[in-house]
Design a protein around this ligand. Structure first.
Ligand code: ADP
Ligand code: MG
Length: 251
């Protein structure tokens, strides 16, 4: 559904992504793991059009339901080139990001924050359905509808950020460190909910420093080090890989 083909991203002269290639297939959870500063957020911001790719290409497959990913070197034909679009255009195509550090609107209520996620939609019935779905996933949010986002706990803010991202009814959800700063019990809960969202059919690209938890719910993973993908494979293989265990699992 999503293909990054040798993507390079810079901050001025700083070469942050040095040719990232990865794919996310329909229905998968793919995780991108790596230490602080590896380039995980930069990757998501390049996909979502917040940062420009200076070289390489990013494709969103139009008919992801019926097509598999094109094999390497094949012409991607009618696929949409995301790297030529603005962030708002990428969002309208169904790519929705839950940003690192939550970034909810602190002064807006829970309800208003969720409404912001659906701002580009006009299908009132669909929006109501999705709101119901968000409340099923996060009952806590329903209990706090009129509370200002900034007064929620860290875990609740994370739920709100994910809920807001879901309110655009995305085709693919980009999650940037959803477990960051949460107590262990909440970390477990968040990962469980991410899996539930995936079980309901959502395709997810999950960025995490918590490699252990991310690999446990993911189908496949990529390991990012200083702007390069150094390892990739199915999640079970990566969990069993001694290199990964030593560098990322604290084993
Ligand atoms: N706004 C910025 N200006 C300059 N360098 C940046 C900026 N944001 C990130 N970087 C650098 O790009 C690299 C990747 O950062 P980032 O994508 O945030 O890593 P991660 O999300 O994996 O922790 C780091 O070396 C970081 O210092
Ligand atoms: Mg980051």
């Amino acid at each position: 559904m999503l293909i990054l083909d040798s993507v390079h991203t810079y901050y001025g002269h700083i070469h942050a992504l040095k040719g990232i290639s990865l794919t996310v297939n329909q229905g998968e959870i793919v995780t991108l793991i790596g230490s602080n500063g590896a380039g995980k957020t930069t990757t998501l911001n390049t996909i979502s059009g917040v940062l420009p790719a200076r070289a390489g290409a990013i494709y969103l497959q139009e008919n992801a339901r019926s097509q598999g990913p094109a094999p390497p070197g094949r012409d991607y034909g009618s696929d949409i080139r995301l790297d030529r679009l603005h962030a708002h255009q990428v969002a309208r195509l169904g790519v929705s990001q839950s940003p690192e550090g939550r970034k909810i609107f602190a002064r807006l209520s829970v309800q208003e924050n969720l409404a912001m996620g659906a701002f580009a939609r006009a299908d009132a019935d669909g929006i109501r359905q999705d709101l119901e779905r968000v409340f099923q996933l996060f009952p806590r949010l329903q209990e706090r509808l009129s509370q200002p986002g900034g007064t929620l706990s860290g875990g609740e803010q994370q739920m709100l950020a994910i809920g807001r991202a879901l309110m655009s009814r995305p085709r693919i959800l980009l999650l940037d460190e959803p477990s960051m700063g949460l107590a262990p019990i909440l970390v477990q809960q968040i990962f469980q909910i991410i899996r539930e969202i995936n079980d309901q059919g959502m395709t997810i690209l999950l960025v995490e420093q918590n490699a252990q938890a991310a690999l446990h719910i993911a189908n496949r993973g990529y390991v990012l080090e200083t702007g390069n993908i150094v390892l990739s494979g199915n999640a079970q293989e990566l969990l069993a890989n001694p290199q990964v265990a030593e560098a990322y699992l604290g084993i």
